[in-house]
Design a protein around this ligand. Sequence first.
Ligand SMILES: C[S@@+](CC[C@H](N)C(=O)[O-])C[C@H]1O[C@@H](n2cnc3c(N)ncnc32)[C@H](O)[C@@H]1O
Length: 217
Amino acid sequence: MTIRTYIPRRGRVSKRQAAAIGDADGLLLPASEELLDLVEVFGGLPVVLEIGFGTGSATVTMAATAPDLGILAVDVHTPGIGDLLYRAREKHLKNIRAIAGDGLVVADQMLLESALAGIRTFFPDPWPKARHHKRRLVTPANAALLASRTTVGGFWHLATDWQPYAEQVQEVLDASRQWTGGVIPRPTDRPVTKYETTAIHQRRKVTDLWFRRTEVC
Ligand SMILES: C[S@@+](CC[C@H](N)C(=O)[O-])C[C@H]1O[C@@H](n2cnc3c(N)ncnc32)[C@H](O)[C@@H]1O
């Protein structure tokens, strides 16, 4: 996996974010090349991988409303990791863990086949320029990787404010025998994310897409 779907950003880490990272109390797992035992980490709960949670405000709200679901939240951006950890601690959540790293690398190196009940990808970086399309998170290779880590019947819920990207998601996953689904009405239980707030303010249409992991014989 050589093409990054993000630009590494430094970003200022506030005192609150640094303190939350320093005192993560087991909520922050190290990125590593070793397999992660999700059963041990989440006590047997079905686990959803969220790739690219940003500030984690929606992630934490969803984790709080579904305590019977484990959330493995992965992002590369350090200030956002601090925000997520702060919010999770504030709500005393037990069903959330964060990893600072590339969600695709985590899926590839740390997760067993069929380990996940689902995947969430809300507002992946749109990479609008044609020469950057190869950086988009939803590609045939990444769709196959994530399918291999998702149990049959599991889901991949995506949302984007970039219509051509919504079309690409549909095309890529239509071409995959491992996923079936498409555009859905915005689920009422999906909180508005930080990025989405800006998209709404700038009057961009938001599209939710939902795919199910199929059984491929
Ligand atoms: C446009 S932001 C959206 C953030 C958040 N989901 C929201 O809606 O507010 C995209 C996020 O994805 C993260 N990201 C991009 N590629 C990633 C990857 N391969 N693994 C983990 N995080 C990634 C970026 O760091 C960024 O925080």
